[in-house]
Write a protein that binds this ligand. Structure first.
Ligand code: MSP
Length: 689
């Protein structure tokens, strides 16, 4: 049995992973010397945000993504640099400053500081915060302009076109929707003026070839296709100047003082300035450049920027990751609708770990998503407080009670087949997590972690350490079960670190591994069985205190507005409490969506059907519904099951849970059962809370 365990430890995770254009480091089981010589660099950036708006969840999402990826790559052993910052030149900023009656610089200083101060609240830790008004950036932009000009890739000409102030660029006929900018819903200004142009068209063929031969250059695929489809039309040259008669808040062109640089030409170069272009000691990071953006700025990043880089004479960035938009309650977020969500308010109300987890879990990277406090609260109560929070507190309580808060040694003779399956699942989780994190599929990475969390909660129920503790003959088995739990918690604390650094630190402290996990690398520690027997544990504080409680203790703004009544209700409920269960008690019941895969009659049991369901793992259930449903009509139905019920044997078949159904009894006493299902399509295994 143990030999099998050892084999699975190596088998599941030992191969190198090829991610299209480059090899990923995790799980390349090389010797230490190789690792030292082969440390990969990663340079991850966010867009630099305009200072005409305060930080909102859209900005927070992109920056959390970049921070999570930076932490993940560090966990893989990479040398990582993470950069964000603010974009401070251009017409929009000049106008916003004018509206407030201050100089653009003063205005930019204020809002840029707001962005800079927001990130630590979200556990976001950039290595460098760049501002386009920094003197070194201004110099680099001018040097690059001169270089490209000297190479003949910038020329002077006349242009007329549709200029959208919101986008700060000319839009083509094709981009307009009913004569308006599709993003800002405004009619662009018709502008005709003399300007400087960058010969972007010259690089069109090269760009097509590069995008086509590097499938990971722009992802997800839908955005790569969008770019390729745009490139099917002839590319126009890019207007890269604005006459000083129209705009002075910009970087002067080094070769003509009557013009300032177009804000995008200035802004994109931040990615080079921040690492010391052209020969600073950090410029080696360029080889590992990966940009994260939302779909709104795809064109500047997927077309202008690669051609600019080519004209400067640098190799292309490694990857561009494009995500969708956050709406709020299905509506576009906008100041005028008053529905802008501020990250600071969310962190105050829900805590940083919940906010990070929710944003990463809720949005499928690349697609739009809708934010709602209901969805956030549901995830916090179900996924965090209930699934992972309860798992930690139950496991640590049992380790305290039955092992004196010290990790016991595993008793090899008592390892079971179920343990082997769990160990394999843990290692598979680490491998799946790693692949998903590398492809920016954060929701999938979290899904694979939560599948294992579900398994572990069931592992506790089926092994019932409290029963084992009653029988001295089972002391060895009890130690094995407790060891498995401790080691699983260690792996969870490891993989959750990039996503929820604060919660993961609390987990590590509770496991007595604060220093060890802070320095751990996935390659070394991301496999089963690394927990040292004898490690001393600490119960610690609750990882995710429940929202319900917090709300009662601290009424939120709306409740406060209702005055004394809400407060009184919270402290002195008038309701008869007898027969009611607490939120925690309800949380003990694990309800899940299950898809029925097969259904069959059971011989000599005219009320029972044997079902195989996916929830998401396959399990067998025995349900007393044979008089109300035929086996054929059940296949494919999505029902709700109690997933953490102790297995029970019915007619010789072990039922691993219970299917929920509503019972109706008519006036004649006839019974009718209707299965509980879900109102929309949802993945099997989803929690019902
Ligand atoms: N200054 C330019 C970027 C220059 S990068 C060289 C800019 N700034 S911005 O302030 O408008 O930021 C746009 C970015 O903010 C988006 O690409 C995205 O990262 C983030 N988001 C802004 N609103 C968003 C949502 N509603 N949803 C998700 N992300 C959003 O464009």
């Amino acid at each position: 049995m143990v030999a099998k365990l050892e084999k699975s430890r190596l088998g599941a995770v030992s191969s190198n992973l090829y991610c299209g254009s480059f090899w990923l480091k995790p799980f390349s089981k090389k010797n230490k010397q190789d690792d030292i010589n082969d440390i990969m660099t990663t340079y991850i950036t966010t867009p630099i945000y305009y200072v005409n708006a305060m930080p909102h969840i859209g900005h927070a999402y992109t920056t959390i993504i970049a921070d999570t990826y930076a932490r993940f790559r560090r966990l893989c052993g990479d040398d990582v640099r993470f950069q964000t910052g603010t974009d401070e030149h251009g017409e929009k900023i000049a106008q916003a400053a004018e509206k407030e009656g201050v100089e653009p610089r003063e205005y930019a200083d204020r809002i840029s500081a707001l962005f800079c101060q927001t990130w630590p609240d979200l556990d976001i830790a950039p290595d460098y915060f760049i501002r386009t008004t920094d003197a070194d950036h201004v110099k680099v932009v001018q040097d690059i302009l001169q270089k490209v000009y000297d190479r003949g890739d910038i020329y002077f000409s006349e242009y007329s076109g549709h200029y959208c102030k919101g986008c700060e660029r000319f839009l083509t006929e094709k981009e307009l929707k009913e004569g308006k900018c599709p993003d800002h819903l405004t009619v662009p200004e018709e502008i005709s003026e003399q300007n400087y142009f960058f010969r972007m068209s010259k690089y069109q063929d090269w760009l097509i070839e590069h995008v086509e031969s590097n499938p990971e250059y722009i992802t997800p695929e839908r955005y790569r296709n969008e770019v390729l489809s745009f490139l099917r039309e002839p590319l126009e040259d890019l207007c890269i100047s604005r006459p000083c008669s129209r705009l002075t808040w910009g970087i002067p062109l080094p070769f003509d003082e009557n013009f300032v640089t177009y804000v995008w030409f200035d802004a994109l170069i931040n990615y080079l300035t921040g690492i010391g272009y052209p020969d600073g000691s950090c410029f080696d990071y360029w080889a590992g450049a990966e940009h994260v953006i939302a779909k709104d700025i795809l064109k500047p990043h997927a077309i202008y920027w690669p051609t600019m880089i080519r004209a400067i004479g640098l190799p292309p960035y490694r990857r561009l990751h494009v995500h969708g938009y956050w709406n709020v309650d299905e509506t576009k977020m906008s100041k005028s609708l008053g529905n802008v969500i501020r990250p600071h308010d969310l962190v105050e109300e829900y805590g940083v770990d919940t906010v990070r987890y929710f944003l990463l879990r809720e949005m499928s990277f690349g697609r739009d998503s809708s934010f709602s406090t209901e969805a956030l609260e549901a995830r916090r109560d179900s996924d965090l407080a209930n699934d992972v929070g309860n798992l930690f507190s139950r496991a640590l309580t049992m380790l305290a009670k039955y092992a004196d808060s010290t990790v016991p040694a595993l008793d090899k003779d008592t390892v079971t087949e179920e343990d082997r399956v769990l160990a394999d699942a843990l290692e598979k989780m680490v491998a799946d997590y790693s692949v998903a994190m590398n492809s920016f599929e954060f929701h999938k990475a979290l899904q694979s972690i939560w599948e294992v969390i579900g398994m572990l909660n069931r592992f506790i129920v089926t092994n019932a350490p409290w029963e084992l503790a009653k029988d001295s003959d089972q002391a060895g088995r009890l130690n094995t079960v407790l060891y498995f739990l401790a080691d699983s918690l260690r792996l969870l604390a490891l993989v959750l670190r990039p996503v929820m650094p604060s919660a993961a630190e609390k987990m590590a402290a509770a496991l007595g591994l604060k220093k060890e996990l802070a320095a751990a690398k996935l390659d070394d520690e991301g496999c089963w069985g690394k927990m040292q027997a004898g490690t001393v544990l600490h119960q610690g504080e609750a990882l995710f205190p429940r929202l319900g409680k917090k709300k009662k203790e601290q009424p939120n703004k709306q409740e406060k507005g209702q005055g004394k009544k809400a407060e009184e209700q919270a402290v002195a409920p008038e309701v008869d409490m007898e027969g009611l269960i607490t939120f925690e008690q309800f949380g003990e019941v694990e309800l899940r969506v299950a898809e029925i895969v097969t259904a069959e009659k059971i011989k000599k049991a005219n009320k029972l059907l044997k079902l195989t369901v996916k929830a998401p793992e396959e399990r067998t259930l025995v349900a007393g519904i044979a008089k109300h449903y035929s086996p054929e009509e059940l296949v494919g139905k999505k029902v709700i099951i109690v997933a953490n019920l102790k297995p029970a044997k019915l007619m010789g078949i072990t039922s691993q849970g219970m299917v929920l159904a509503a019972k109706e009894i008519d006036a004649d006493g006839n019974e009718r059962l209707v299965l509980s299902t879900v109102a929309g399509d949802i993945a099997p295994g989803s929690r019902v809370a």
